[in-house]
Design a protein around this ligand. Structure first.
Ligand SMILES: Cc1cc2nc3c(=O)[nH]c(=O)nc-3n(C[C@H](O)[C@H](O)[C@H](O)COP(=O)(O)O)c2cc1C
Length: 357
């Protein structure tokens, strides 16, 4: 049914127009208490076997929505009501900004992929904070992903991230430092350990200073060389971060300028996850994202050591109830394999890393 709607209707309209309309629909749903609760009861994961705790936060299921859809923290409750176990909002920058000129979002339907060069279009940290302060009608885990304001020069990047963190860390279930989007000039250079250390240390001070101590993760690009993936992993351990999100979109592709997501990203994203797991074992939470399309992909990531899994492009092509369907299928699969909890699946096929400690 969704495939028909997608090919006959949605595909005929500009991708960004459809995106904004969808965000608006979910924002409306977030504001309708009764419908929101009804949908949440029907579609959110409620199976105790799917529950897990990562960095002290309780998740109703392992699959969440990746950053980039709810850039302004406008609709997390609506998104949770259709089956996502958590929603990562953002990327939010300290100052509001328009992002890159349109067109900046392109569907590659045959490849089940998307290219975007949105450029962190968002209303800024203060506006997002106002939305995040509203009380919630349904339970939803909200991660907040922060990035650098485009006009801020690299020498002032730390102060800019810190400003965003101060505003948002107290309102986040977890905080993510995004240094991996390809659409803000120079942003990915911050992944070099020499630049990343002071940045993460400063944001961590802010996150540690909130009343509940907000867990802190860093989100990395798939285009890092393997040694650089290891270096970021070592740094995350050294600084006492809570986890790593891997990966953002890739710039390794033809066609439109921007970051590629979806099916073509699957193998590299999995490779980076395996590398991270081999390096850090279970000492950090690993959030795997990139090319996740179905329950088999989620299962494979969990087996490889992902604590949580995220998707975005898979949802675009899979339809509104994509996450709910996958959570239901996961419930069945957990039992079929004789497990009593999804947590028993995590890292099953990962090599033993005890020697590395
Ligand atoms: C339209 C679009 C916008 C995105 N915006 C952001 C963003 O603002 N911040 C971020 O960290 N990742 C962003 N991403 C990357 C996703 O969070 C995710 O890492 C990437 O798309 C790979 O997952 P997928 O293959 O499931 O889409 C965006 C992705 C898409 C498709």
């Amino acid at each position: 049914m969704y495939r028909l709607v997608f090919t006959q209707v949605l595909q005929r309209f500009d991708a960004e127009a459809v995106h904004h309309l969808t965000v608006r629909a979910f924002a409306l749903l977030s504001a309708l208490p009764l419908l929101k609760r009804l949908l949440h009861r029907a579609f959110a994961p409620h199976d105790p076997a799917l529950r897990l705790t990562a960095f002290g936060v309780h998740f109703p299921g392992p699959l969440g929505l990746a950053a980039g859809f709810d850039k302004d923290a406008a609709c997390a409750e609506g998104v949770a009501a259709v089956g996502f176990g958590h929603v990562e909002v953002g990327t939010i920058t300290a100052h509001g900004q328009p992002g890159n000129p349109r067109p900046r979002l392109f569907r590659l339907v045959r490849q089940r992929a998307v290219i975007n060069r949105m450029g962190f279009n968002n209303a800024g940290a203060a506006a997002a904070a106002r939305r995040l302060r509203r009380t919630r009608g349904v339970p939803v885990v909200v991660g907040v992903n922060i990035g650098k304001t485009k006009v801020v020069p690299e020498q002032e990047a730390v102060a800019d991230y810190v400003a965003g963190a101060k505003e948002l860390a107290p309102l986040a279930d977890y905080l993510v430092v995004n240094v991996s989007s390809p659409n803000t000039p120079g942003l990915r250079d911050l992944q070099a350990v020499s630049k990343l250390r002071p940045l993460l240390a400063a944001v961590k001070d802010v996150a540690d200073g909130t009343p509940r101590r907000t867990p802190l993760l860093v989100k990395i690009a798939p285009d890092l060389a393997d040694e650089d993936v290891d270096a970021v992993a070592d740094l995350a351990l050294e600084l006492g971060l809570d986890g790593i999100i891997a990966t953002n979109t890739t710039i390794r592709h033809e066609g439109e300028t921007g970051g590629l997501s979806g099916r073509p990203l699957k193998s590299r994203s999995l490779e980076v996850l395996r590398r991270l797991r081999a390096r850090v074992g279970d000492r950090l939470a690993l959030v795997s994202v990139g090319g996740v399309e179905d329950v088999d992909d989620v299962w494979e990531r969990l087996l490889a050591g992902a604590t949580l899994v995220q998707g975005y492009t898979g949802w675009v092509y899979g339809g509104p109830l994509w996450a709910s369907r996958i959570h239901r299928q996961l419930s069945r699969r957990v039992r079929r394999h004789g497990f009593s909890s999804i947590t028993e699946v995590i890292g099953r096929t990962a090599p033993d890393t005890r020697d590395a400690r």
